[in-house]
Design a protein around this ligand. Structure first.
Ligand SMILES: *Cc1c(COP(=O)(O)O)cnc(C)c1O
Length: 408
């Protein structure tokens, strides 16, 4: 690990985390992202902005989310581990948020910023539909029109979320360019933004995109890590030894990790989607299976073929199959401060069932990936150690597809 005085200083004024991140956008978009960066800096310094955000996080989203000792899962690990082994496993319960995942933390922050900037129209991109639903939700709450770009393939695959968005008053625009999935929806949203500069705010759903998005999404999601530090002190009188989270674009993970980056005694592990196995090429592990390139306005690790074409990601969990990863993770990976591993579709499916049976908590398939590596890691740690995992979403959205997989 590269020893730095702090791992929390980034990004620089150009939005760079080391050689990652930045602002790779068309000339027409440059004034928009510069303006957004300026407005966000002002909002950050304004106490009334933070107070307003705190109010809605508490009364609308349901924060703080509980910190929960997963006692039966811990016992399960201890029964199988060697003598004296088996760390205590805690969950940060972000699956209990309104709309069922961490995404609303970010959407709430961004819509309050949009209102502050006097914007009257919201656009968003979505893959599985979770970010689209969270965006449509905050737009309903504040009475703003919402257009959600969604790949036509995903519109077909994710019908319940398309219906939810419509119910919430949003317009879902199917995107047919490219492979008609998340990557293409994001390109289309960026295009819309350029043509509707005056009144439109673009809510990006993960810690990616051009600067300042990776930073502001991280800041809004950092409520997860901040709360967990206080709650850990209360529960155990100290910080955990290991913290873990799953990674699609990396927003829930950076939200948990960032407040801990300078606590060097805390080991930090991100879990990417290993799909059918890294060796098959059918996965969504951008760090462990990709290489650096530029996509959606920033330099980061991407899944690409030999010609540099972006490859389609594969995962059992629609929320993890983004072919890139937020640039701060790319930097943390190269510095060695955070380690990145992966879990397969099959492992996630097993954990989905195990967690339901042992804890009465049906996890989303995304955190079920983190759980696979967390259970393994806890088994290698000693009994007086503590592992904290972010339970970033609930599995209600996944029960029908899992039922089809298990019962044919
Ligand atoms: C969208 C989603 C993810 C992936 O997004 P990140 O930006 O990596 O957090 C993970 N878990 C759940 C439950 C999601 O809805």
């Amino acid at each position: 690990m590269e020893k730095l005085n702090t791992y929390r200083a980034g990004p620089d004024a150009e939005g760079r985390f080391g050689k990652f991140g930045g602002r790779f956008v068309a000339e027409t978009l440059t004034p928009l992202v510069l303006d957004l960066a300026k407005e966000y800096e002002a909002a950050k310094k304004d106490k009334s902005f933070q107070e307003e955000l705190d109010y809605y996080l508490k009364h609308y989203v349901g924060r703080p989310s509980p910190l929960y000792y997963a006692e039966r899962l811990t016992d399960y690990v201890r029964d199988r581990a060697g003598k004296g082994k088996g760390a205590k496993i805690y969950f940060k319960r972000d699956e209990l948020n309104h709309t069922g995942a961490h995404k609303i933390n970010n959407c709430m922050g961004q819509i309050l910023l949009a209102r502050r900037m006097g914007k009257t129209r919201i656009i968003a991109e979505t893959g599985a539909g979770q970010h689209g639903v969270a965006s449509a939700t905050v737009c309903a709450r504040f009475g703003l029109p919402c257009v959600v770009y969604m790949g036509a393939t995903d519109v077909e695959r994710q019908k319940p979320n398309v219906f939810r968005m419509k119910l919430l008053g949003a317009e879902v625009r199917p995107v047919t360019s490219g492979r008609a999935t998340l990557k293409d929806a994001m390109n289309e949203a960026l295009r819309d933004w350029v043509t509707n500069v005056e009144d439109t705010f673009y809510i990006i759903g993960t810690a990616a995109g051009p600067h300042p998005y990776p930073m502001l999404v991280r800041d809004f999601q950092s409520v997860i890590g901040k709360e967990s530090k206080e709650q850990m002190q209360e529960a155990e009188g100290r910080l955990p030894d290991v913290i873990m989270a799953c990674i699609g674009g990396g927003s829930n993970a950076i939200g948990l990790f960032h407040p801990y980056l300078d606590d060097l005694d805390v080991e930090i592990i991100g879990v990417e989607a290993g799909g059918l196995g890294l060796e098959t090429g059918e996965h969504a592990a951008s760090l462990t299976g990709g290489r650096p390139g530029v996509l959606h306005g920033n330099r980061t690790y991407l899944l690409q073929d030999d010609d540099g074409q972006i490859k389609e990601a594969h995962s059992i969990s629609a929320g993890l199959d983004y072919p890139g990863i937020g640039p701060e993770h790319a930097w943390l990976y190269e510095t060695g401060r955070v380690s990145y591993v992966s879990a397969t579709d099959k492992e996630a499916l097993e954990m989905f069932q195990l967690c339901a049976k042992l804890e009465g908590i049906i996890p989303a398939l995304e955190p079920a990936h983190a759980l696979a590596r967390a259970v393994e890691k806890a088994g290698e740690m000693s009994r007086d150690q503590i592992l904290l995992m972010n339970m970033c979403g609930r599995g209600d959205k996944d029960v029908f597809s899992v039922m089809e997989m298990l019962e044919g």
